[in-house]
Design a protein around this ligand. Structure first.
Ligand SMILES: [Fe+2]
Ligand SMILES: [Fe+2]
Length: 217
């Protein structure tokens, strides 16, 4: 196969699918995950970069499906099925398709399938990295805005509130989930980058406190 041509064609198909996805998991998210995955793959010696690139491309293909029925299906599991179907239609090798589909399924632990191969782990870490650092802050505020949450709150307010409430702020997402992500990363490089990104977020929220609660000067 002409890999470049196939990759471009698949990108177009995925892009069409993601047109229905909300901004936090749209085509731009997929491109960032792809870039993160390529960055992590460069460090590792023995990986199948084609499995990584195509799995990164397809990893959230079923996001809109999951949302349309209020989370009653798992987008990773459904995404693996769609991936298999599209790659078969494009005439890719079955052994290769299986590797990519498993990688898509395993990008989310909650789907009951933990990442196993190095390719799985790279796609998993690449996806998690997009929740952290400057881009993670952007996405967290974007999500908070979408559900009508406030710009900021105190840690007491954030920790004692429910998801999808007005106190489900970017800060709440950080306290409950994002700050602990470095421990959950599966590659050494992913962990190191995640730690740096969390340090940046911590600094950002301290500055936000200073500006909001009048202790800046
Ligand atoms: Fe996902
Ligand atoms: Fe994702």
């Amino acid at each position: 196969m002409n890999y470049e041509k196939t990759f471009n064609k698949l990108s177009e198909r995925v892009r069409d699918f993601l047109a229905k996805s909300p901004r936090c998991h749209d085509w731009d998210h997929t491109v960032r995950v792809l870039n993160n995955a390529r960055m992590l793959a460069k460090v590792e010696k023995k990986v199948d970069i084609r499995v990584i690139e195509i799995a990164a491309l397809f990893h959230d293909i079923a996001r809109a499906d999951e949302l349309s029925i209020q989370g009653k299906i798992c987008h990773a599991k459904k995404g693996a099925e769609i991936t298999r179907q599209i790659l078969l239609e494009e005439g890719l090798n079955e052994n290769f398709i299986e590797k990519v589909a498993k990688c898509v399924k395993r990008h989310r632990f909650r789907s009951g399938a933990a990442p196993q191969t190095l390719e799985d782990k790279i796609v998993y870490d690449a996806d998690k990295l997009d929740s952290l650092g400057a881009v993670g802050l952007g996405r967290a505020f974007l999500f908070a805005g979408r559900i009508g949450a406030k710009v900021h709150n105190t840690s007491v307010e954030a920790l004692n509130s429910k998801s999808y409430s007005e106190n489900d702020t970017a800060y709440r997402e950080y306290l409950f989930k994002l700050k602990d992500l470095p421990k959950k990363m599966l590659t050494e490089t992913g962990r190191a980058i995640a730690a740096k990104r969390v340090a940046f977020m911590d600094k950002f929220f301290k500055k936000l406190d200073e500006e909001i609660y009048g202790s800046e000067y």
